[in-house]
Structure formats: structure tokens, C-alpha cells
Design a protein around this ligand. Structure first.
Ligand SMILES: C[S@@+](CC[C@H](N)C(=O)[O-])C[C@H]1O[C@@H](n2cnc3c(N)ncnc32)[C@H](O)[C@@H]1O
Length: 234
């Protein structure tokens, strides 16, 4: 994924964490600087302080932070759990991890979950949330296609929905993700085809409830706003 280098700013006491993060992101040349330096005038930057990692957009007073609350959504868990056959021992790859609401929910339901996110802006917040959640999920940065052959039972895909002209804006977290994520490294249909070649048991693709399937699924789990299209391996 191509994303411009994102500056990292740190509060007092966080310099070592900022340096380590810059190394993990391999943001060669991405500046990291004390929060006493002037704020960047354009774009997004990452902000490290005692509360964790936030994203801040130039001109906006309040930084965006991920809260653990969206991970606890019992009513919405049923569909994703059934679609993925979630249970202890299931080895699952969430190939489009985003903010981790789906992947960490599946980890909480017992799956041995690996979450991959390609955006170097989204990844630090995801990693931070996963650490705070205490769930034993593995979190990687990069293109999930490079992990698909690693022997997963289930590969879960939630590529960004196309903007819908008549729909209200999505919630704040999804708006931020849309704003920062940039172009995905692979088209959803190619991700689906590759996932079906590698998953041992099934591939699950999340879609808007009323959108057409990308490819005819083997079965579907329908919810009020989203649908899970389930595919057997090819
Ligand atoms: C709609 S969001 C996923 C939201 C997520 N299910 C959640 O619960 O927060 C899609 C995410 O997939 C990421 N993505 C798209 N293609 C990817 C790929 N090939 N490898 C890794 N991440 C990818 C995007 O950067 C974006 O953050």
C-alpha cells in the first residue's frame, strides 16, 4: 500500500516508543518529533502519549483513538461467528484487519486469529488496541496476500465497501479509515480468488446487506446491514 510518510509525535517519556514504532513501520525518513515542536500544518500524524497511540488530522482539535468498546457487540457477533464457524482451535486469517473490530471479536470467540493490515497509519492503532485487549491475536503489517498460504482454516475478508450515494456517512471510525487507508493493494475479487485457493475450510466475505455478491457464494448469513458470503475452497 502506498501512503505518504506519516510523522510520529510523542509526548514526554514516549521517545523510545516513537523510535521503535518508526522502525516497525519501516517509515524510512518518517520524522518523529517531540510534541513540543509545532504541529504539522497538513495531513495526518500519529501521536504517542501515556494513553496509547492516536491519529490526528491537521486542523482538528481532537485526536482519534480506538476504544475497546466496539469489541463488545454481542448482538452483532452471531452472524460473523456462524459465518466463520468460530470456535476454539480454528486458525483464522483476517486479511483486511482495519481497526480489528471483527478480527479481535473472532479472537475473543476462541479463534487462533492472525490480523493483517496494510495501512501504516491504521496498523499502529490496531496493534495498540490488540495489546490493550489482552487477546492472544497475532498482528502483522503488510499485504495479507503474503500470508494466505500459511495454513489457515478460515480466511476472513472485509474490503472497504464502495461509497454509497444514498447512504448516510459511516461512523467516525470508518470515516477515518476511509480517509487514511489509500488504495488497497488488490481488488476484492482477486483477494477472494486467492483466499479460496489457500483456505482449508472456508472464505468469508463481508458485504453490504443488499449488494450483489462478487461471485455466487456457497451460502450466506444475512444481517440487517451486512451480509456474510461464505465460499468453499477451490
Ligand atoms: C473495511 S476495512 C476493515 C474493517 C475491519 N473488518 C474492522 O472490523 O475494523 C478494510 C481494511 O483492509 C485493509 N486492506 C485492504 N486490502 C488489504 C490487503 N491486501 N492486505 C492487508 N490489508 C488490506 C485496508 O487498509 C482497510 O484498513
Amino acid at each position: 500500500m502506498t501512503a505518504p510518510n506519516t510523522p510520529i509525535r510523542f509526548a514526554p517519556g514516549q521517545e523510545a516508543a516513537a523510535a521503535a514504532l518508526a522502525t516497525r513501520l519501516s517509515t524510512a525518513g518518517a520524522p518523529y518529533q517531540s510534541s513540543s515542536a509545532p504541529l504539522p500544518e497538513t495531513g495526518w500524524h500519529l501521536h504517542l502519549d501515556a494513553r496509547g497511540i492516536a491519529l490526528r488530522k491537521a486542523g482538528e482539535a481532537k485526536p482519534f483513538r480506538l476504544e475497546a468498546a466496539p469489541l463488545k457487540r454481542p448482538a452483532r457477533e452471531l452472524g460473523i461467528a456462524r459465518a466463520c464457524g468460530a470456535q476454539p482451535g480454528v486458525k483464522l486469517l483476517d486479511a483486511t484487519a482495519g481497526w480489528g473490530a471483527d478480527g479481535l471479536t473472532l479472537a475473543r470467540l476462541g479463534c487462533a486469529a492472525t490480523l493483517v493490515e496494510c495501512s501504516p497509519r491504521a496498523f499502529p492503532l490496531l496493534e495498540d488496541l490488540a495489546q490493550r485487549s489482552g487477546l492472544p491475536a497475532r498482528i502483522h503489517i503488510g499485504d495479507a496476500r503474503t500470508h494466505m498460504a500459511d495454513g489457515f482454516d478460515v480466511i476472513y475478508l472485509d474490503p472497504m465497501f464502495e461509497p454509497h450515494p444514498k447512504r448516510a456517512l459511516p461512523g467516525k471510525a470508518l470515516q477515518v479509515l476511509r480517509d487514511i487507508a489509500g488504495e488497497a493493494p488488490a481488488a476484492p475479487i482477486d483477494l477472494l480468488a486467492l483466499a479460496r485457493r489457500h483456505a482449508r475450510s472456508r472464505v468469508v466475505l463481508k458485504r453490504r446487506a443488499r449488494s450483489r455478491p462478487l461471485v455466487a457464494p456457497n451460502w450466506q448469513i444475512k444481517g440487517r446491514t451486512v451480509r456474510f458470503d461464505v465460499y468453499l475452497p477451490t
